[in-house]
Ligand binder design. Structure first.
Ligand code: PEP
Ligand code: MG
Length: 573
């Protein structure tokens, strides 16, 4: 029997009279096995005394907004110390939403029209959320959940209700229509075996926060089961929720869990071992980092340092000061003893901060982005360069620029590094390397001229692939073109490596392809010196390097470069 929900095109499959499964979208990998607890928000409203009873409804509203802002600031501070700055920024942003006069004004108008304060804030929040949800921009439309979260918090305060996630008394899989970011932040990873959401998007904050807590997540289940179950499986890799699994299914998943644990155990034994091929070629394995929490987590996976520190998270809400930036860089550098390469702000494209006017760009990825922004907003780039130089005082630092297209841009950027060095005086790194990301085909074609002047190259395969193939990295229609293993992309990469090595410079890959274990032999064969990736991918990539010889991989790479099609390359791999 198969019922299809037209809203989510989700399948509800009845395998037998007892075992059912719901298919959703895999969001955070891993397997959770245990009882199901279903969180139905409407059922959990245990009201206490109403907030600020005796005052007028508009006074109650104003007081509740202040109380909500205070709660959110406190939550941001707690999350900052327990999880990291990136996640804390969610609640700092929510505090700003709570203080937004337009939310207050529309609720006040409804009160003037006869509504009570809780209903008014609920309706005003909903109106604002619906407006955001209707926007084409997926980032903004997913912020509708934050607005509902904030309005719901104010409403709960007014009604005198507590935050009402169920308290888990034993480890369980938690199901809900959706979870607010603040609800997710309060979840205890020891008690939550997995999260299944009827709704939710892949870039929603629930997913971001759950990933940082290593909780498996499936989103878009479409519906929730009618009843809680004593036994279920949440498969974060396959995007499935299996209810009341039969003995054979349960055993199969338990085996998967055991195999994953055994792999982890084996890989933990390799943590301190460098990645050296069977014939002695060493590849540096380093981590991609986008928050303090990422940096803290690197050591666990044996990362030798940071190959790409994405700094945009500092610029999302407001323009950070030099001191604010230096404080965060110091925290990150302190957490990582090895090499560190920081990328200067890569703003624009799909990451336009709200306080810079990007105008109405028809093609933002081909527009004012990366270094192009920094060369015009010199004040911002110089501030960032000073902050990172100061924070790295006394240790080795690499700085690289995103989206470099010409030698002139590189030269202008290098001149700014020198200007920042003069400004900071004695507070300098003990050794400084300055390089570029090779992610625009023009830079790959001019790699010989650039290599003569840069200290290193880091290949941004995510963008290089999209620009070489003219295939938007986020567009599902062109996903079949978008592969770093396309022969055209491989030839660009080979050319870049040759130019770097001819000039005696090192070259790394820091795009997703660098951490794809299926492609590791190709990178080893092409002579890549460093692979930078999300830290959890390091152990598997290391095993691939340890088990191959570079000489064999060079033969493989030569064959791949001679391939006419992606299919031919994939056959080789
Ligand atoms: C890349 O383009 O490969 C890269 C690492 O940069 P980002 O993904 O941040 O654009
Ligand atoms: Mg890029």
């Amino acid at each position: 029997m198969m019922l299809t929900s037209n809203l989510h095109s989700t399948f509800y499959i009845l395998h037998s009279t007892i075992m059912k499964s719901l298919q959703g979208i895999p969001a955070v990998g891993g397997v959770g096995i245990g009882p199901l607890v279903i969180y139905r928000r409407a059922n959990l409203n245990g009201a206490n005394a109403p907030f600020a009873a005796g005052k007028s409804e508009s006074e109650r509203l104003a007081d509740a907004i202040v109380a909500a802002s205070e709660e959110l600031h406190a939550l941001a501070a707690r999350v900052r110390s327990e999880i990291g700055d990136e996640q804390a920024a969610i609640f700092a942003a929510q505090a700003m939403i709570a203080a937004d006069p337009s939310l207050h004004d529309s609720a006040a108008q409804l009160i003037a029209g006869g509504s009570d304060a809780p209903s008014a804030i609920k309706a005003a929040g909903e109106e604002y959320a619906v407006l955001l949800a209707g926007l084409d921009d997926p980032y903004l439309s997913e912020r509708a959940a934050d607005v509902r979260d904030v309005a719901g918090r104010i409403e709960r305060i007014l009604r005198g209700q507590r935050e009402n996630l169920p308290t888990l008394t034993q480890p369980a899989i938690l199901l809900a229509d959706d979870l607010t970011p603040s609800e997710t932040a309060t979840l205890d990873p020891k008690m939550v075996l997995g999260i299944g959401l009827a709704e939710g998007g892949l870039t929603s904050h629930v997913v971001v926060v759950a990933r940082s807590k290593s909780i498996a997540v499936v989103v878009g289940l479409g519906q929730l089961p009618a009843d809680e179950e004593a036994s279920a499986i949440l498969d974060g890799d396959g995007g499935r929720l299996i209810l009341a699994p039969d003995a054979a299914t349960l055993a199969a998943y338990q085996q998967r869990q055991q195999a994953a644990a055994a792999t982890q155990q084996r890989q933990r034994g390799l943590r301190e071992q460098p990645a050296v091929s069977r014939d002695g070629v060493r590849v540096r394995l380093v981590g991609n980092v986008g928050s303090v929490a990422d940096a803290v987590g690197l050591a666990e996976y044996g990362a030798e340092g940071i190959g790409l520190l994405r700094t945009e998270f500092l610029f999302l809400e407001h323009e950070p000061t030099e001191d604010e930036q230096a404080a965060i860089y110091r925290k990150i550098f302190a957490a990582v003893p090895g090499e560190i390469v920081v990328r200067t702000m890569d703003l624009g494209g799909d990451k336009p901060p709200p306080y810079i006017d990007f105008g109405n760009e028809a093609n933002p990825f081909l527009g004012w982005r990366g270094l192009r922004v920094g060369l015009e907003r010199r004040d911002m780039l110089l501030t960032q360069l000073r902050a990172m130089l100061k924070a790295a005082a006394g240790r080795k630092l690499g700085i690289m620029f995103p989206m470099v297209s010409t030698v002139e841009e590189w030269q202008a950027a290098l001149a700014m590094v020198k200007e920042a060095q003069q400004a900071v005086g004695k507070e300098q790194p003990s050794e400084l390397q300055v390089g570029i990301m090779v992610e625009v085909p023009a830079a790959a074609m001019m790699a010989d001229a650039l290599a003569a002047e840069c200290d290193f190259f880091s290949i941004g395969s995510n963008d290089l692939t999209q620009y070489v193939m003219a295939a938007d990295r986020g567009n599902a229609h062109v996903a079949s073109l978008y592969s770093a293993a396309q022969p055209a992309v491989l030839r660009m990469i080979a050319r870049t490596v040759e130019a770097a090595h001819a000039a005696g410079k090192w070259v790394g890959i820091c795009g997703e392809a660098g951490g794809d274990p299926q492609l590791t032999t190709l990178w080893l064969g092409l002579g890549i010196d460093e692979l930078s990736m999300a830290a959890p991918r390091i152990p598997t990539v290391k095993e691939a390097i340890l088990s191959h010889s570079a000489a064999d991989c060079r033969e493989l790479a030569a064959k791949a470069l001679a391939c006419a099609t992606l299919a031919d390359v994939m056959k080789l791999l």
